[in-house]
Design a protein. Structure first.
Length: 293
């Protein structure tokens, strides 16, 4: 049996994912992955469908979610593999996250409107399938309309060299701190979420620590471990080789389980094919399981 795993995959239950849980499990089977996690942004709506499909296709599915949190004035994404997705507490945590993200998204849309952009909150909700829309989804909705209208004001984003990453370039131009549509983060506290993690039955893992918006340091990880962090996503599409080695060494030094997750989405991240991770083995799942509360 293959030992390959991927513990960070997004389905269409996220606002920025394309594939149904059934389709993802089928792809996992075809790619001979032994275990996967569908870790959607701030929702566990992929369950129980994902678990049922996993049983039918003989692919182990580790329930998870990717929570948007705040630590040291930075946005951090926390994975909760083995989460008991049916628990009332999990629903309450997600509801708090969603409320904060909806406020953030509404303010972003309002700022774009004030700048003269043709976008409404109603169309954003409709095209993001009612999930709280991330900044790149708002950007994609706006860019799709501009391309259809052949709007010359957006020419930069449709140039061949920029087209693949156009929503991310727009995000950097407008939504980053200091940019015209920047909105301060109001996410739930990462430290408070880690304290609650034992009650969710999950094993908290910090996603893509080297991501540009996290910039996770050794000092950060020491504080997070003291608050209950158990794992670190070392192998991820976000990391360069140097970052991978840096976080692998930190995980070993701090006794955090190193994990692997591609962060596959589909069209919004076309540069990340399914099962594209070069490293990710089943022993990681076993180590996480040992550290369950």
């Amino acid at each position: 049996m293959s030992e390959k795993i991927d513990l960070h995959i997004h389905s269409n239950r996220s606002s920025d994912g394309d594939f149904t849980p059934f389709h993802i499990i089928r792809l996992a089977k075809e790619c001979e992955l032994r275990a996967i996690s569908i870790s959607d942004h701030d929702t566990v709506a992929a369950y129980p469908e994902a678990l049922e499909c996993g049983r039918e296709m003989d692919v182990e599915v580790v329930p998870s979610v990717e929570l948007t949190t705040l630590f040291d004035s930075r946005e951090f994404h926390l994975l909760l593999p083995f989460v008991n997705w049916e628990k009332k507490l999990v629903a309450e945590i997600i509801a708090e996250v969603v409320e904060a993200r909806v406020k953030e998204a509404k303010e972003r849309v309002l700022k774009l409107q004030e700048m003269g952009f043709d976008i409404s909150w109603r169309e954003v909700v409709k095209k993001s399938r009612s999930n709280p829309p991330l900044g790149v989804i708002i950007a994609k909705i706006l860019l799709d309309k501009a391309e259809e209208a052949n709007d010359p004001a957006f020419e930069k984003y449709f140039q061949e060299r920029n087209r693949l990453f156009a929503p991310y370039i727009f995000y950097e131009d407008y939504f980053m701190e200091g940019r015209p549509a920047f909105v301060p983060k109001r996410n739930i506290s990462l430290l408070e979420t880690l304290i609650l993690a034992p009650q969710t039955e999950a094993v908290p893992v910090l996603a893509h620590p080297g991501a540009y918006f996290q910039r996770t340091t050794k000092q950060d990880l020491a504080i997070l471990k003291e608050s209950g962090l158990k794992g670190l996503e070392v192998y991820t599409s976000y990391h360069s080789h140097e970052q991978t080695e840096f976080y692998r060494e930190l995980a070993e030094e701090l006794d955090l389980v190193p994990t692997a997750g591609s962060d596959f989405h589909g069209r919004i991240k076309p540069h990340i094919p399914f099962a594209s991770l070069k490293y990710g083995e089943y022993w990681m799942v076993e180590e996480l399981r040992k550290r369950r509360w």
